[in-house]
Write a protein that binds this ligand. Structure first.
Ligand code: MGD
Ligand code: MGD
Ligand code: SF4
Ligand code: MO
Length: 750
C-alpha cells in the first residue's frame, strides 16, 4: 500500500506544505508540496526529519516516572496516580501559588498544545498561580511589549512587505538559519534574493557576517546591544536632512513622531558611532539609503530583542518605519490579515480598561515586575530554591527545556532537583525532563492533526490549512490537549485520575466564548455566549480551529454569514486555501490602541531612554558574547536526528582572527570562555565572519547529562551557552534576558 499525504510542517514559522509518502506503513519520502498554496514546494532539511521524529527509538511512547534508579515506563493510570501523589500535597499544603507552569516553544507549533495551553494556564491562575514562565523572555517579549503599546495587541504588529520593498534593512535576524521569525514567508532567502534581482537593496545589521548578510547587498557589523543607538542616529539624520516623510495616508493615524524625533537630538551619528562600532559616515549613508528608497522598510528580530536595549531597539524599528512613511503601505510595513481568529488576539480579561498595564505584581525574590503575567525566566530558579512564604514547590513544564534554554542554567538545573512535584508534558527524556517525577508524552508529529493560528498574524499572505494525521494514533494514548485538560482539572481540585476531560473541554470552550463575547473588539463582542457555543460541534482542537476559521474574515460567522468558511470546508482543500495577499490600508482595522492611532510614545519606553543615554558613557573594552542558530538545529531538541547531525561540530565559539591571535588561539583549539555567570570550554573556530570584539556561541547544546535518553544528541553533546548567560542581565522595560552582548573573556586553558 502506497499513499501520498499532504501535511504542514509543524517545526517552524515557515509552515511549509510537505508531501509525505508512505509505503506499507513506513515513510519513504518527504518533500516540499509544490501544490501547497502557501509554500509552493519549499522545504528545509528539518522538514524531512519528521520521519525520524516519528520513528526515533528515544521518543517516549509511554509515561515515565522517576524512581531511585532512574525513569521507568508506566501505564497512563499509574502515571496519573503519580501526578496526584506528588502534586496534591503541594496544592493542599501551599495552594496553587506554590506551583507554576513553563510553556516551551513547541507549544506554539503543536495544534493541541496551542489550543489548550490556555486551559491549563487559565485554570491554574484561577486557582491562585500568579506568574508563569516561558522562553518569551529569552525571545520576543520586547516585540510583544512594543506591539501592545504601539498597535494595541501583544501579537499585533506590521511585517515587512518583502515581496514589494525596494530596500529592506534587517537587524538581528538570520533567516538563512531561522527561516524567518515573527515573519512567516516560506523561502524567505529566495524572497531576499528577489529584492536584489529587481534592483533593490538588502542591508543586514549584525555583529556576524551570517549567510543572510553574505547574500545581502551590504553587511553592517554592529557592536551587540547598540541597535537602539544606531536607529536613533538614523532618525536624527532623517530629521536633520528633512527626510522625514509625512504621507497623507498616515495623517492623523500616527501620534508622537515629533516627540521621538526630539528625543533623537541626543543621538547624532557622531555621538553614537564609537559605542556602535559603526562610523558616523556609514550611519549617515544608511539613513540616506533608506530616505532615497521608494519603499524602504526595517525588520528586526531576536538579536535586536535579547539584548541590553531590546525594547528600545524594537520600538525604534517601528518609529523609523513611521518616519519613512512606510507604515501600512505596499512595500513597507504592513498589517497582515490572518484568515483565522485566535483567542490569543484578545486582550486578557485581567487587563481591564484602556491601554496595558505592567508590573501589576512582582516576583518574590528579586522583585521583578510581571510583564504579560510572566517574570523573566531566570527568576524561576531563585523562586524554587529560596525558602520562605510563596516558594515554588511544583512545576509543570510543557514542551520546554529551560535547563538548556534559560540563562542562569546551572542554578535552575540544581533547583529542579529539589522540587516536590515536577510534571513534564514532553516527548523526550532530556536535560530538563530528567528531573520530572512524571513525564507525560504526546503523540508524534505524524500522529496528530496540525493547523497553525498564531503565525498567520505575521504571514505574507492570508491562507488556511489543515493537516490530518499521517498515521492513526494509538487509541490507548491520550492527545496532548487531553493531558493539559487533566492537569488543569487537577490544579482546580479534582483528583488527577478522576478529571472528566470532555467536561473540562466544554467548560474551557464555553469560558473562551463568554470572554470573547464580553471583551470589546472581538468578532464575538456583544453576542450571546450560549448561542455562539451551540453553533459549534465536535471537541478538542478541531472545535477551536473551527471557531477560529468561522470567526475569521472569510468565515461563516457561526452561521450568520451563510456560505462562509468552516473547518469542514477547509478540510476539503488538502493543499490549503489562499485567500488574500498583503496590502496596505489595513491600519484602521488592525490597530486597537485606546486612541485608534499608532501611539509611538509611551512612558514605559521614554523612561528607558536615559539608560540608553548612559550607555554612551560606557567604554567596555573586552569581548562580547552573542548567540546564533543553525539551519539543522531547532533550539535544543532536534539534535537526536542522525541526518541533522552529520558534518562538522557546530557547537563552536566563533572568534575573529584579531581576537584569537594575541591569545594564540587557532581553529580547533579548546578555549575557556568565562563571564560573570560561569565558565566552560569549547572548541574555537577562528573566522572573520565575526566582527572584532564579538564572539558567538550557539544555544541549545549541552547534552550528555546523566539520566537522559537521547542517544544521538548525547554523542554530540556540545556545551550549554546559558551556563554563561547571567540571570540578572535584562532589558529593563520587558524583563527580557540578555543573551547577546554579554561581557566575556576567552583564553586557552592552562
Ligand atoms: N533552524 C532553526 N530555525 C529556527 C530556530 C532554530 O533553533 N533553528 N529557532 C526558532 C526560534 S525559537 C526563533 S525565536 C527564531 C529566531 O530567528 P532569528 O531572529 O532569525 O534568529 P537567529 O538566527 O538567532 O539570528 C539572530 C541574529 O542576531 C545577531 N545578533 C546578535 N546580537 C545582535 C545585536 O546586538 N544586534 C544585531 N543587530 N544583531 C545581533 C546574531 O549574530 C544572529 O545572526 O528562529 C526560529 N527558527
Ligand atoms: N543563549 C540563548 N538562549 C536561548 C536563545 C538564544 O538565542 N540564545 N533562544 C531562546 C528562544 S528564541 C527559545 S524559543 C528558547 C527555546 O526554549 P524551550 O522552549 O525551553 O526549549 P526547546 O529547545 O524548544 O525545547 C523544546 C522541548 O519540547 C519538547 N518537545 C518537542 N516536541 C514536542 C511535542 O510535540 N510535544 C511535547 N510535549 N514536547 C515536545 C522537547 O523534548 C524539548 O524538551 O530558547 C531560548 N534560549
Ligand atoms: S522551513 Fe523547514 S522546518 Fe520550517 S516549516 Fe519549512 S520544512 Fe519545516
Ligand atoms: Mo524562539
Amino acid at each position: 500500500m502506497s499513499s501520498q499525504i499532504a501535511v504542514t510542517c509543524p517545526l517552524c514559522e515557515a509552515m511549509c506544505g510537505l508531501q509525505v509518502r508512505v509505503d506499507d506503513g513506513v515513510v519513504t519520502d518527504i518533500r516540499g508540496n509544490r501544490d501547497d498554496v502557501w509554500s509552493r514546494g519549499h522545504i528545509c532539511p528539518k522538514g524531512t526529519s519528521l520521519a525520524h521524529l516519528h520513528t526515533d527509538p528515544d521518543r517516549l511512547r509511554q509515561p515515565m516516572v522517576r524512581t531511585r534508579t532512574g525513569h521507568t515506563p508506566v501505564s497512563w493510570d499509574d502515571a496519573y496516580a503519580e501526578v496526584e501523589r506528588v502534586l496534591r500535597p503541594v496544592l493542599d499544603r501551599h495552594g496553587a501559588s506554590a506551583v507554576t507552569v513553563y510553556v516551551g516553544n513547541p507549544v506554539a507549533h503543536n495544534l493541541g498544545l496551542s489550543t489548550h495551553i490556555g486551559a491549563l494556564i487559565g485554570m491554574a491562575q484561577a486557582a491562585g498561580m500568579p506568574a508563569y514562565y516561558s522562553p518569551g523572555t529569552v525571545d520576543q517579549w520586547p516585540l510583544n511589549l512594543v506591539s501592545a503599546l504601539l498597535f494595541g495587541g501583544m501579537w499585533n504588529a506590521p511585517i515587512p512587505d518583502v515581496d514589494r520593498t525596494d530596500h529592506l534593512m534587517i537587524l538581528g535576524a538570520n533567516p538563512a538559519a531561522s527561516q524567518g521569525s515573527m515573519l512567516s514567508a516560506p523561502d524567505l532567502m529566495g524572497r531576499l534574493a528577489a529584492i536584489r534581482n529587481r534592483g533593490g537593496t538588502v542591508t543586514v545589521v549584525d555583529p556576524r557576517r551570517t549567510l543572510t548578510a553574505q547574500r545581502a547587498s551590504q553587511w553592517v557589523p554592529i557592536r551587540p546591544g547598540t541597535d537602539a543607538l544606531l536607529l536613533f542616529a538614523i532618525l536624527y539624520t532623517l530629521a536633520e536632512q528633512g527626510w522625514v516623510r509625512r504621507p497623507a495616508h498616515l495623517e492623523g493615524r500616527v501620534t508622537g513622531l515629533d516627540d521621538v524625533i526630539a528625543m533623537a537630538a541626543d543621538f547624532a551619528p557622531e555621538v553614537v558611532a564609537d559605542a556602535c562600532g559603526v562610523d558616523a559616515a556609514t550611519i549617515r549613508r544608511l539613513a540616506a539609503d533608506l530616505a532615497h528608497a521608494e519603499t524602504p522598510v526595517l525588520y528586526s528580530r531576536i538579536g535586536a530583542c535579547t539584548q541590553e536595549f531590546g525594547t528600545l531597539a524594537t520600538w525604534l524599528v517601528f518609529v523609523l518605519n513611521a518616519a519613512l512613511g512606510s507604515l501600512d503601505r505596499a512595500g513597507g510595513a504592513v498589517f497582515p490579515k490572518p484568515a483565522v481568529w485566535s483567542p490569543m488576539f484578545m486582550k486578557p480579561p485581567d487587563q481591564d480598561g484602556p491601554g496595558w498595564r505592567f508590573g501589576r505584581f512582582h516576583s518574590r525574590v528579586r522583585g521583578a515586575p510581571e510583564v504579560f503575567n510572566q517574570f523573566p525566566v531566570s527568576c524561576l530558579a531563585e523562586e524554587i530554591d529560596t525558602p520562605g512564604d510563596g516558594q515554588l514547590r511544583g512545576l509543570i513544564t510543557v514542551a520546554g527545556n529551560p535547563v538548556v534554554s534559560a540563562p542562569g542554567a546551572r542554578r535552575l538545573d540544581a533547583a529542579l532537583a529539589g522540587l516536590d512535584a515536577m510534571i513534564a508534558v514532553d516527548s523526550w527524556l532530556n536535560e530538563t525532563t530528567r528531573h520530572a517525577h512524571v513525564i507525560l508524552p504526546g503523540l508524534s508529529p505524524l500522529e496528530r492533526p496540525h493547523a497553525d493560528d498564531l503565525y498567520w498574524i505575521y504571514a505574507v499572505s492570508s491562507c488556511l490549512k489543515w493537516s490530518d494525521p499521517v498515521f492513526a494514533p494509538d487509541p490507548n494514548r491520550p492527545s496532548e490537549w487531553e493531558i493539559l485538560l487533566r492537569l488543569a482539572g487537577a490544579m482546580v481540585g479534582t483528583p488527577t485520575p478522576d478529571v472528566d476531560v470532555a467536561a473540562m473541554d466544554d467548560l474551557y470552550v464555553a469560558g473562551l466564548i463568554a470572554t470573547a463575547c464580553a471583551t470589546p473588539g472581538t468578532p464575538l463582542t456583544g453576542r450571546d455566549p450560549q448561542e455562539a457555543t451551540a453553533a459549534l460541534a465536535g471537541h478538542g482542537p478541531e472545535r477551536l480551529v473551527d471557531l477560529g476559521i468561522r470567526l475569521g474574515p472569510w468565515g461563516d460567522d457561526l452561521g450568520r454569514r451563510p456560505g462562509g468558511l468552516t473547518l469542514a470546508e477547509v478540510r476539503r482543500h488538502p493543499d490549503g486555501l489562499r485567500l488574500a495577499e498583503l496590502d496596505g490600508d489595513r491600519l484602521d482595522e488592525a490597530v486597537c490602541t485606546p486612541s485608534g492611532t499608532v501611539e509611538l510614545v509611551h512612558q514605559r519606553l521614554v523612561d528607558d531612554v536615559p539608560r540608553l543615554r548612559a550607555r554612551l558613557q560606557r567604554r567596555d573594552g573586552g569581548l562580547l558574547l552573542t548567540s546564533r542558530r543553525h539551519l539543522r538545529s531547532n533550539n535544543s531538541w532536534m539534535h537526536n536526528v542522525p541526518a541533522l547531525m552529520r558534518g562538522k561540530d557546530r557547537c563552536t565559539l566563533l572568534i575573529h582572527p584579531v581576537d584569537a591571535a594575541p591569545a594564540g588561539i587557532r581553529t580547533g583549539d579548546v578555549v575557556e570562555v568565562s563571564t560573570g555567570a560561569g565558565a566552560l570550554t569549547v572548541p574555537a573556530q577562528v573566522s572573520d565572519e565575526m566582527m572584532p570584539g564579538v564572539v558567538s556561541l550557539p544555544h541549545g547544546w549541552g547534552h550528555g547529562r546523566d539520566g537522559t535518553r537521547l542517544e544521538v544528541a548525547n554523542a554530540h553533546p556540545g556545551v550549554n551557552a546559558n551556563l554563561l548567560n547571567p540571570a540578572d542581565l535584562l532589558d529593563a522595560p520587558s524583563g527580557t534576558q540578555v543573551v547577546n552582548g554579554v561581557p566575556c573573556r576567552v583564553r586557552r586553558p592552562d
